[in-house]
Design a protein around this ligand. Structure first.
Ligand code: ADP
Ligand code: MG
Length: 386
């Protein structure tokens, strides 16, 4: 994959695709929505600063949400303002592609205001390319989509990966290609079908896979246990069954919880009980792994050479069901091995526990990081020679 070192940028206009798809406050409270978490903006600063040091003039491009009709609440205005504060510099926002100011630091409006963006329309890619001499992609979170600003324009200009995208790809590929053993993968979250590709990738590479979250229940059903009213994805059952058989055949330890925390319903104030075992009685749902399982998972993580974690162990947003996810997060934070965390909710959990700076790599890409781990080719990476 081509990197910043491969590009001549001095005095040139560089089109920099970044991932500034930040969470915003709810509509209606004030006329302009504000940014509730600027992690993604801060993650792009090293590339922006490096290019500026090398004398480049930047044209930043990003998407925000899924606009249908140039709705003003999905304008990048608050993002340009926040970036300006972080850089202590003026960031000019171009009102349209036909009206791009000539400054050192310019940002295009939400690229998804352009109808051709998500269709990778060649005419739109040409219009982007006409605005710059060089292309840099630092939007790892969008690299699994072939859009005009991630792939189309990259084909028309000298192009390379920014520092964030480069680090994401190198770290995640490193887990697949040369992990320090034992490799322990912790896979949780809501659905087996979302994560089966990741589980399959680890069945071939990991010594141990620890399963948590609602994803346990299709596995328990496959083993003949009762799941009560737990969230249990029916379609996931055959996948779970196949994964159990593959683990047996390949000699990979695919481990499930041995105890659970139950609730009557998905709510913080529901009646709860601990279950020593995994046969969930009728009228109850499994909402977290139990303390014995959490302790046992933490020990496995402590002994790992490499840890990959995606997906919470339970409904961690609800205080009575957060302990399992917290125990795993703390174990990952304290682990001596290399630790990598990917996934939107897993990252949010880590941040909620104040542990996000205690892991070696916290991926900024949800879907993109999972697709890379699954071994898929990401179009936004391939176009950069990766
Ligand atoms: P990630 O974004 O990290 O990939 P997912 O989106 O797959 O994770 O899963 C996160 C969601 O799964 C959370 O909203 C959480 O409440 C839910 N969840 C986890 N375990 C359970 C459970 N036992 N019952 C119901 N929901 C659960
Ligand atoms: Mg999620």
């Amino acid at each position: 994959m081509r990197t910043l070192e491969d590009l001549d940028v001095e005095g040139k206009r560089v089109f920099v695709r970044v991932d500034f798809n930040v969470p915003l406050s709810q509509k209606g409270q004030s006329p302009m929505r504000h940014i509730t978490d600027d992690t993604r903006i801060r993650a792009a600063l090293p590339t922006i600063e490096r290019l500026r040091e090398r004398g480049a003039r930047l044209l930043l491009a990003a998407h925000l949400g899924r606009p249908k009709n140039r709705e003003p609440e999905l304008s990048l205005k608050p993002v340009a303002a926040r970036l300006g504060e972080l850089l202590d510099a003026e960031v000019a926002l171009a009102p349209s592609l036909d009206d791009v100011p000539d400054g050192e630091l310019v940002m295009l409006e939400n690229v998804r205001y352009e109808p051709g963006e998500t269709k990778n329309d060649p005419d739109l890619a040409k219009r982007y390319a006409a605005l710059a001499e060089v292309y840099v992609d630092d939007a790892f979170g969008a690299a699994h989509r072939a859009h005009a600003s991630t792939v189309g324009v990259a084909e028309l200009l000298p192009s390379a990966a920014g520092l964030l995208l480069q680090r994401e790809v190198e770290t995640l590929k490193g887990i697949l290609e040369a992990p320090k053993a034992p490799l322990v993968a912790i896979v949780g979250g809501a659905k087996v079908t979302d994560k089966i590709g990741v589980i399959e990738a680890f069945l071939d590479r990991a010594q141990t896979i620890l399963i948590g979250g609602a994803m346990c229940f299709p596995f328990f059903r496959a083993q003949g246990h009762g799941v009560g009213s737990s969230l249990c994805e029916e379609e996931g059952i055959p996948h779970a069954e196949a994964a159990l058989a593959a683990a047996e055949a390949k000699g990979c330890r695919l481990l499930l919880p041995e105890d659970l925390v139950l609730g009557r319903e998905f709510a913080a104030d529901t009646e709860t009980q601990q279950l020593d075992g995994v046969d969930v009685p009728d009228g109850w749902m499994g909402l977290d792994i139990g303390p014995r399982s959490a302790e046992f998972y933490a020990q496995e993580i402590a002994g790992a050479g490499t840890v990959f974690w995606n997906g919470p162990m339970g409904a961690f947003e609800l205080a009575p069901f957060a302990a399992g996810t917290r125990a795993v997060a703390e174990a990952v934070a304290q682990a001596a091995g290399t630790t990598v965390v990917g996934g939107g909710d897993s990252a949010a959990a880590l941040a909620a526990f104040g542990l996000d700076d205690k892991v070696d790599h916290l991926s900024t890409g949800g879907g993109a990081s999972l697709e890379l781990i699954e071994g898929k080719t990401l179009p936004g990476v391939e176009v950069l020679g990766g």
